[in-house]
Design a protein around this ligand. Structure first.
Ligand SMILES: C[S@@+](CC[C@H](N)C(=O)[O-])C[C@H]1O[C@@H](n2cnc3c(N)ncnc32)[C@H](O)[C@@H]1O
Length: 795
């Protein structure tokens, strides 16, 4: 067959193969000559790029120090008896080239991708099933998975610097600004970005190792950033950084997979560029390769592409995204790491992005004027770390149910715990978007509420629910791990009922709780030391860590029950106080120098969308990834636990999880923040009022009890010298009104307490009246509340 008869694709493959062979020969000769040069240090030289480990030690595998790596925990041996699902848990392997036998993903038809030329081309196909040894990969024609499609081209084009001129390129190919940066965005741009994000999620979910392709993570991070999700962008950039880190460390659990993916990707980059990069590396002696084993020609390239293109992008995206999310301490930390890395690799070259991030963070700190929060301008280690991000049903979230359509299912669940109650749609003030300074009418929204199906007498318990979606941050085993009830005293008769897991000694209040735990979550957490991540935290972090512990339990439940975490009964019907703003109002973020250095511009990186979800790098990125790793769930390959899923879970837990101080009642000990928390999915459908008709109590079960009588408050008026109040008991059709705060407090304190759960200041009749009258009376609210509420609990 003459070359003219050949299919042009086949022809180009052969050309590339021939060129590769020539390249290998050239490389071999370079290597021969370079071994004679004493100036080229070996892989243990001081040029080894700094570890990207987060401010705290990263994974369960090892703690890295500057001088040496100290193994602290052997690779956990798989211990679950349940068959693995679609996930593949990477195994530590020493040489980095062998995988645990992967269970292939179910064969899903790939989604067609619309390329820019308008022709429908096949979707990015999944990577072919890996062979056991991929270190020999040298020829692109052996790897027919070269992927067509615009998106894959973007992945292939990720570049950071032009190494021939030693200059930093102004923009990576994926970070072209939207057509109308700084203005209402072009809907076509948005649609394209959303399609791309969804396609990438699908690729990560169904391609066996696609989650390990570093530039794919970078492109996804860039796309999130363009759509005003710097929180999600930070998550992807952090993952890219972890993967880059693993490339340089052959003992890292991800090393084999990441290197294998780069072996497959790099041959798809134009040969002329590959050769230029390699020649610069070999001739330049600027930054000798670090992770190459003898005879591994391809690893030279892997190292070069990682170090000069992927790693700098990961640092840029991570530090800038964290700054946009007001996590200033970690933004500075990663910007400085990025600078250090770049200076080593590129002879003192500086990156304006990273410089801007440092400037932007310092300016932001100077703007913070809080009497209780004083940070010295240069004290980066104490910069603030908590921001707010968008709280929404993400456009690609297919798990959120239409609760109005699924009312029959919800009511079937309600009937099991509260036979006299039913769930219905109701109109509520939309507090999260209401600004009472404006004095405008409060916008209303349709949500769910709980109603009586019949007349109910005072004192009756109308709902009794248990849940294993619980958490406590006490290190001592004084609570049942499943229901979080206090364990009986050792000398009490009930002590004989207490049970222990025979593998890990976790304690349960009785055999039923042990059984329930085993069936619903315990296998995922048994013996993997998850407690140490989050328990016994300082009081100021207690509430935050409880939400993360709830997240951990939800992940364990989904893993053991083999479902998506957003599908869990305990989670599915919970409303996360999402704010769905129309995309028409979205303002395309700018990525200019000004938008980075000026803190007033940082908010605009969120697309001018209302933000109500508290967010921190530690609790929303680093800890969730650590939790997954400890549960032996692959954070790169298992997309059910993506960081957007974690954000959605956090949104659902905030405002619905009940919390209490365990064992504090009358104990006389100093309060140290909430220690126990739980999500009861039916209980939390009842709305709040500061004049409630029920009280609640939480021990083993959570219970709603009908009040004997209502709260006495001035606004109810008087009749014949007697103050009026709500009658005891509940009439058929009446709404069940719970309370999310201590109703004996004055209005301002009640509002402050409940605002986290309500999304804003309570506007119930009592609050509105008391606020109005308090103002006239110099803020005094001397009214006495009913004692019917036990006041011991909080939500
Ligand atoms: C625990 S859930 C209650 C059930 C919720 N309505 C639903 O549809 O799932 C708490 C959320 O309900 C809404 N909510 C409850 N009580 C409210 C009130 N008095 N005023 C305004 N919104 C209320 C807030 O959006 C709050 O975040």
């Amino acid at each position: 067959m003459s070359p003219l008869d050949m299919d042009p694709y086949q022809k180009s493959l052969e050309d590339v193969d021939a060129a590769l062979k020539r390249l290998n020969a050239t490389l071999a000769s370079y290597k021969m000559s370079s071994t004679t040069k004493p100036a080229v240090p070996d892989s243990s030289n001081t040029q080894r790029p700094v570890s990207t480990s987060a401010p705290k030690a990263r994974t369960t595998q090892k703690v890295k120090t500057e001088a040496k790596e100290i193994p602290v925990k052997p690779t956990p041996v798989p211990k679950r008896d349940a068959a693995p699902k679609t996930k593949v848990v990477p195994q530590a392997n020493g040489n980095g080239n062998h995988h645990a036998a992967p269970i292939p993903s179910p064969a899903l038809p790939p989604k067609p991708i619309q390329p820019s030329n308008g022709h429908v081309v096949p979707a990015i196909p999944s990577t072919v099933a890996p062979d056991n040894d991929r270190s020999h990969v040298e020829s692109i024609s052996e790897h027919p998975q070269a992927r067509p499609g615009r998106l894959w081209q973007e992945v292939l084009q990720v570049r950071f610097c032009d190494r021939s001129s030693n200059e930093i390129m102004l923009h990576g190919p994926g970070l072209a600004e939207m057509k109308k940066a700084g203005q209402e965005a072009d809907l076509e741009d948005i649609e394209r970005l959303l399609e791309d994000i969804t396609s990438m999620h699908e690729t990560f979910a169904h391609g066996i190792y696609d989650g390990y392709v570093i530039p794919s993570r970078i492109v996804l991070s860039q796309k999130y950033l363009q759509l005003g999700y710097p929180d999600l962008a930070a998550g992807e950039a952090y993952k890219a950084l972890m993967l880059c880190d693993s490339v340089r460390d052959s003992a890292d659990i991800y090393h084999g997979d990441v290197v294998a993916q780069l072996h497959q990707l790099i041959p798809q980059i134009p040969l002329v560029e590959r050769i230029r990069q390699l020649k610069l590396d070999v001739e330049g002696e600027k930054a000798p390769p670090t992770s190459r084993a003898p005879g591994e020609d391809m690893d030279v390239e892997v190292d070069v592409w990682c170090r000069y293109h992927y790693l700098p992008w990961a640092y840029r995206l991570l530090s800038a995204s964290l700054m946009f999310c007001a996590c200033l301490k970690s933004a500075c930390y990663y910007a400085r790491m990025g600078m250090e890395n770049l200076e080593k690799s590129m002879e003192g070259q500086r990156d304006s992005w990273l410089d801007d991030v440092i400037t932007g963070c310092h300016s932001a700190v100077q703007q913070i004027q809080h009497p209780e929060y004083v940070v010295l301008p240069g004290d980066e280690k104490n910069f603030p770390e908590l921001g707010m991000v968008r709280r929404e049903v993400y456009p690609w979230n297919e798990w959120e149910p239409d609760r109005l359509e699924e009312l029959p299912e919800i009511n079937a669940m309600m009937a099991e715990v509260a036979p006299k109650l039913e769930v219905r749609a109701t109109e509520l003030p939309a507090l999260a978007v209401y600004d009472d300074e404006d004095d405008e009418e409060i916008p209303m929204c349709t949500q769910l509420g709980v109603f009586a199906k019949e007349d109910i007498a005072p004192g009756e318990i109308i709902l009794s629910e248990t849940s294993v979606l619980t958490a406590n941050n006490k290190l001592q085993d004084s609570l049942c791990d499943a229901c979080n009830a206090d364990l009986p005293a050792l000398d009490s008769p009930a002590a004989s009922e207490v049970r222990e897991c025979d593998q890990c000694e976790t304690v349960f209040c009785n055999a039923a709780c042990l059984e329930k735990a085993e069936a619903t979550y315990h296998r995922a957490t048994c013996g993997n030391d998850l407690d140490v991540l989050l328990r016994d935290v300082p009081p100021e972090e207690a509430a935050e860590s409880l939400y993360t512990l709830l997240l951990m339990r939800a992940i364990a439940m989904a893993d053991v029950q083999d479902c998506h975490p957003l599908e869990l009964d305990e989670v599915r019907y919970i409303w996360g106080d999402f704010i769905d703003e129309p995309w028409q109002d979205f303002v395309a973020p700018k990525f200019s120098h000004e938008s980075r250095v000026d803190p007033d511009e940082h908010d605009k990186a969120h697309g001018d969308i209302v933000r109500t979800l508290p967010w921190s790098f530690e609790h929303n990125v680093r800890l969730p990834i650590q939790i997954l790793e400890r549960m032996e769930i692959d954070p790169f390959g298992e997309t059910n636990y993506d960081l957007w899923v974690c954000n959605t879970l956090f949104a659902k837990f905030r405002g619905t999880a009940s919390a209490r101080l365990s064992g504090q009642k009358g104990s006389g000990t100093r309060a140290r923040g909430p220690e126990v928390s739980a999500v009861h999915p039916m209980w939390c459908l009842a709305n709040h009022s500061c004049d409630p008709n029920v009280t609640w109590e939480w021990g083993t079960n959570i219970e709603l009890k009908v009040r004997g009588e209502g709260v006495q408050w001035h606004g109810k008026g008087e009749e014949g010298g007697v103050r009026l109040k709500r009658e005891g008991g509940i009439k058929k059709g009446e709404e069940i009104l719970n309370h999310y705060c201590d109703i004996e407090l004055p209005v301002r304190e009640r509002r402050e307490w409940a605002s986290g759960a309500l999304g804003g200041d309570c506007q119930c009749e009592r609050c509105v009246w008391e606020e109005r009258h308090e103002v006239g009376a110099g803020g005094e609210d001397s009214e006495e509340g009913s004692n019917d509420d036990d006041g011991s609990d909080e939500q």
